[in-house]
Design a binder for this molecule. Sequence first.
Ligand code: PSU
Ligand code: MN
Length: 303
Amino acid sequence: MIHIAAEVRAALADGRPVVALESTIISHGLPRPDNLRVAREIEAAVRAHGAVPATMGMVAGELTVGLDDESLTRLATSDDVIKLSARDLPIAAARGADGATTVASTSAVAASAGIGVFATGGLGGVHRQAGETFDESADLTTLARTPIVVVCAGVKSILDVGATLERLETLGVGVAGYQTTRFPGFFITDSGFELDWQLDSADQIARAWHAQRSYGVNPGALVVANPLPESQQLDPELHDRVLAEALAVVERDHVTGKEVTPVLLAHFHSATGGASLATNIRIILANAALAARIAVAAAKPAS
Ligand code: PSU
Ligand code: MN
C-alpha cells in the first residue's frame, strides 16, 4: 500500500543510490514561503551528489515515497498537513489525511522500501523536562529497530542533548561524528558532548554500514552526526539567549506533545531575524549532500 515513485522504484531495482528525505521539516519545521524552495533545494543537493531523492509524505491518505512537485507543494502550503510519526500513519491513511513524516516515520518507511540512507536536520530526542513530562521523541525508539544510516546535525539544541545521547546508547544505536568526535548542537557546531567515534569519509561510513548489516547483531540505525563548520554556525551567544526564551514560551503557553518542537523552532526563526533559518537551511543541504555521497559509496560493489 506504499506508493513508490517510478524513478525511486527504478533506482532501487537497479541498486542505484537513493536518499530518503522527511517532510515534517518542510511543513512544520521551516517557515513559509521559504519551506517549498528549500524542499526543492534539498532534492537538488541529493541529485547533484549522484543519488535519487525520495521525499516522503502522505497525500490524501496515500503514503508516498518520492513526492512529485505537486504533492510537495501541497504539503508545503496547505494548512491541513498533520505531523505524522510512525504510529500515526495507518490512522491518517484510513482518514484520507494529508501528512508530513518525521524522522521516525520516514526512517521506518524508507527501510521497509529498501532505502538505506536518510538525510534530516536534527533528530528528535529527550526533552528537557522529560523527567516530569515523559516527552521523548519516538525518533529514538524507532531508530533502535530501523536499519538505516541517518545523517543529521545532532539533535535539536532545544533538547536535553546529554540525556538523548545516553538513550541512544541504551537503545544500541551507533553514533559517529563525521570527521570529528565533537557531537554537533544542530544550530551550533559543538554541543559540548564528546562521541566515542568518528568516521572520516563516505566510503568509511559505507563500510561501517556494510559491516553492521552483515553482522546482523544491531537491528537499528547508524547515526552520522555532521556538524556545520564554525564559520557557518549560529552565533552561540545568540543561540543560548533565544533558546532560553523559546523554552520559556513553551512553558508559559503550556505547549505539549507534538506541538513542542514546531513551536520552539518557530520561535527561533522569528527571534533571530532569519539567522537561524539560514543556518537550518545550510544544515539540511550539507546533510543531503553527505547522505548522497554515502549512498553512492554504499551502492558501489565491494572492492
Ligand atoms: N529537526 C528540525 N526540524 C524539524 C524536526 C527536527 O530541525 O522539524 C522534526 C523532525 O521531523 C523530527 C521531529 O522527527 O521534528 C521530532 O518531533 P518530536 O520531538 O515531536 O518527536
Ligand atoms: Mn514529543
